[in-house]
Ligand binder design. Structure first.
Ligand SMILES: NC(=O)c1ccc[n+]([C@@H]2O[C@H](COP(=O)([O-])OP(=O)(O)OC[C@H]3O[C@@H](n4cnc5c(N)ncnc54)[C@H](O)[C@@H]3O)[C@@H](O)[C@H]2O)c1
Length: 315
């Protein structure tokens, strides 16, 4: 195993998401070196300069635009490079385009570094996580996607607002695909151990069905709404990336709904999707078997089938 610098991170793709993630990482003080890579060297250099100028107000670190040879000792490699959907383009066209980009990027990473932890953020994140593992030959625990970490943050935020409680006291997960077939795991949702419906009633909300549907739909449609209003989403995902890096670097063994390749999880295998998992210094330690209702399990299987269909089409 090569010697890695455990204080070194790389961000590949310096668009909205890559730049916002790099900024959030700089503010975190978790790393002492950050390499930015983009097909546009100017873009990577511009972001490296701009973010570096905030360092006198943060913690010392080296931030620079680099090449693949510069990431041979990086501990965490974050891949955000990917095209966004263009008007008139189908979802499958976009998948094909981004799988094409991954076929160029991932082997270049694996050529110089076989031991890092690869965090996939580009969309469709579940398909690209699966592709990245196959293209890199990395062990499965060291390639995972941000998955539904952002959707789960949106879910907790909305529940916190609805119930007038700190969103950090809400324990609830969005699982499955990061996308249209995702599932709000209501049956295990709670606020500090109190089942969600009991807590709702304590706060004066009794129409559970209507509220649950409204909140889950709102989570699912957040990205569409933000993209319609400002063109892209990046702050929420940047905070999610920072949180995942924190769990890795500090070996926190935090439970996060990241996307990883499943093995006979509720009968689901050979597809990457999000389930709560323990995340620490070696990446994904194991998934956590939260209890799910029969309906949630059926919906999870449908979500897996949707993803499997796309994998069969493009890989
Ligand atoms: N996982 C999530 O929760 C989540 C949230 C928001 C956005 N995203 C996804 O993140 C991705 C990036 O979004 P964005 O808004 O930053 O897009 P963007 O177009 O602003 O940035 C993409 C960047 O990737 C670069 N790039 C393209 N091909 C490359 C290659 N071969 N090598 C290196 N760099 C390359 C481009 O030059 C560009 O700077 C998209 O796929 C988007 O859907 C994911």
């Amino acid at each position: 195993m090569a010697v890695l610098n455990h204080r070194k991170v790389a961000v590949i793709g310096c668009g909205f998401v890559g730049a916002a993630s790099a900024f959030a990482i700089m503010e975190s003080g978790l790393f002492s070196e950050m390499v930015l890579i983009d097909v546009s060297k100017d873009k990577a250099e511009g972001e490296a300069l701009d973010i570096s100028h905030g360092l006198p107000f943060a913690k010392p670190m080296k931030i620079y635009a680099g090449d693949y040879k510069d990431i041979s000792d990086a501990y965490v490699i974050i891949v955000t490079a990917g095209a966004g959907q263009k008007p008139g383009e189908t979802r499958l066209d976009l998948v094909k385009k981004n799988v094409g980009i991954f076929k160029s990027i991932i082997p270049q990473i694996a050529d110089v570094n076989k031991d890092a932890i690869m965090l996939i953020v580009a969309n469709p994140v579940d398909i690209l996580t699966y592709a990245a593992q196959k293209l890199s030959g990395y062990p499965e625990n060291r390639v995972f996607g941000s998955g539904t970490t952002l959707d789960t943050a949106r879910f907790k935020y909305l529940l916190g607002e609805h119930l007038g409680v700190d969103s950090r006291s809400v324990h609830a997960f969005i699982i499955g695909e990061h996308g249209d077939s995702e599932i709000a795991a209501w049956s295990s949702a709670n606020v500090s151990g109190i089942p969600i419906n009991d807590f709702c009633e304590m706060r004066g909300h009794f129409d559970h069905e209507t509220s649950m549907k409204k909140i889950a739909d709102n989570v699912k449609n957040s990205a569409y709404e933000i993209i319609e209003k400002k063109g892209a989403t990046y702050y929420g995902i940047a905070m999610s990336v920072r949180r995942i890096c924190e769990a890795i670097v500090r070996d926190e063994k935090t439970i996060l709904p990241i996307s990883s390749i499943q093995h006979d999880n509720h009968g689901i295998s050979d597809v990457a999707l999000s389930m709560p998992a323990i995340v620490g210094k070696d990446g994904v330690e194991c998934t956590v078997p939260i209890s799910l209702s029969d309906q949630e399990i059926a919906d999870l299987k449908l979500s897996a089938d949707t993803l499997r269909g796309v994998i069969d089409d493009v890989l």
